[in-house]
Design a protein around this ligand. Structure first.
Ligand code: PLP
Length: 419
């Protein structure tokens, strides 16, 4: 291929991807979502071409009056949405938000306590992730498998024993709210800062349907802006104490963020406004849908975790699919039916076995954003069961997926919806 042909092929790949993932698939990746049409429209602007080091009103470059207005709007609405005294939208990803918090509150060699990866932590909390990059001595809080939540007694002991500078809660397998008040007490006993990684559940927090970390004792929240919170891919940090923000600011700029990818900001402002307006209805439906999907899968004989706890209080459903063919087969075969989700390590899996783990993680945020309700989730469960349990040819199930998805092409819970 010559370069012109390569460019043509790239254009082709993008339009085929957009058609496929945007209109033909049931998207159930728990960390994904879509923006509203208005947010999407304002994503592609000249903001993309500019630099804005510093804070609104205190920049190092000229030409930023409109950027300042938009970034200030994000900050004002975000503070309102999360009941925060400060909020910063410059971190360009969730991972970077976490690294900024680690760098703000613990020095290399100091101790850090966070959930273990089997207890649901994101890789950023591990020695081989951001915590290790910062050179922290990491100790992990274990999972109580019965509860599918942090084992609070053991966690408390670990905190008291290791006397860390920083304790972090939150995670990437996140079915139930973490015991933050208990962690706060333990952190206070050793004088540690308590942070919360809200990447997965930020939209549920905004919609007041999960837990309210700042009211439950957390000092600072770091998060992605694009999972249950349906904004442009990026990150944010917020909290209530000025003294904390004074430590965080220099770790953002000049330390870890120079260009903060300004094209995100207008779309983020729209998303924040939409979450103020519609976030509660959206988040309620996300959780109801996850519970409906879990219940229906369970009735088909699929081993959904935490049945004794009502399966989930978040957007996530976790299933042990060993008897259906294993995590890898279950995820790949569903892709053949245009149902997109991911295999996942379960608490008892060896991290080294991550290419074929026992589990599947399912998220309901994106399909809820496209208007699906509980009865639609039951239909989704049936489509999944036809592949996993009945071992029906995925290509045949795909015909029905295409037909079903064609009824859910418009994003709801957004301003465009009202026109
Ligand atoms: C997704 C995720 C991250 C990383 O966020 P990115 O925006 O992908 O960098 C960090 N922590 C948790 C808990 C996550 O789920």
């Amino acid at each position: 291929m010559n370069v012109k042909e390569i460019v043509g092929a790239v254009e082709d790949s993008v339009s085929r991807h957009d058609e496929w993932r945007g209109k033909e698939c049931i998207n159930l990746i728990a960390s994904e979502n879509v923006m509203s049409p208005l947010a999407w429209k304002l994503y592609n602007t000249d903001f993309e071409h500019r630099y804005a080091e510093g804070m609104p009103g205190k920049r190092y470059y000229q030409g930023l009056s409109y950027v300042d207005e938009v970034e200030s709007a994000c900050i004002e609405m975000g503070k309102k949405l999360f009941g925060a005294e400060f909020l910063d939208v410059r971190p360009i990803s969730g991972c970077l938000s976490i690294l900024i918090l680690l760098s703000s509150f613990a020095k290399p060699g100091e101790k850090y306590v966070a959930p273990s990866v089997p207890a649901g932590a994101h890789i950023s909390q591990a020695e081989f992730g951001a915590a290790g990059v910062r050179g922290l001595e990491v100790r992990h809080m274990p999972l109580n498998e019965e509860e599918m939540n942090l084992d609070i007694d053991k966690s408390r002991k670990i905190i008291l024993e290791h006397k860390p500078k920083l304790v972090n809660a939150g995670g990437t397998i996140f079915l139930f709210p973490h015991p933050l008040r208990e962690l706060r007490e333990a952190a206070d006993e050793v004088g540690a800062v308590l942070t919360y990684d809200g990447s997965h559940v930020l939209g549920l927090i905004a919609g007041k349907q999960f837990q309210d970390p700042l009211r439950e004792g957390v000092d600072v929240v770091g998060a992605s802006a694009h999972k249950t919170f349906p904004g442009p891919q990026g990150g944010m940090i917020f909290g209530n104490c000025d003294e904390h923000y004074r430590k965080i600011k220099p770790k953002i700029f000049p330390a870890l963020v120079s260009n903060h990818h300004l094209h995100r900001l207008p779309a983020l402002a729209v998303t924040m406004a939409e979450m103020i307006e519609f976030g509660e209805d959206y988040a309620k439906q996300v959780v109801k849908n996850a519970q409906a999907l879990a219940g229906a899968l369970c009735e088909y004989g699929i081993d959904v975790l935490a049945e004794n706890k009502g399966f989930t209080k978040s957007h996530q459903v976790i299933a042990d699919v060993r008897k259906c063919g294993g995590g890898a087969w279950c995820a790949e075969s569903l892709e053949g039916a245009n149902v997109i989700l991911n295999k996942n390590l379960l608490p008892w899996d060896d991290v080294k076995n991550s290419s074929n783990p026992s589990g599947i993680r399912i998220g309901t945020a994106e399909m809820t954003h496209f208007g699906m309700k509980e009865s639609d989730m039951k239909h989704v469960a049936e489509l999944i069961k036809r592949v996993w349990v009945d071992k029906e040819e995925p290509g045949r199930v795909k015909e029905d997926v295409l037909e079903f998805r064609s009824g859910f092409l418009d994003v709801k819970y957004c301003f465009d919806d009202m026109k």
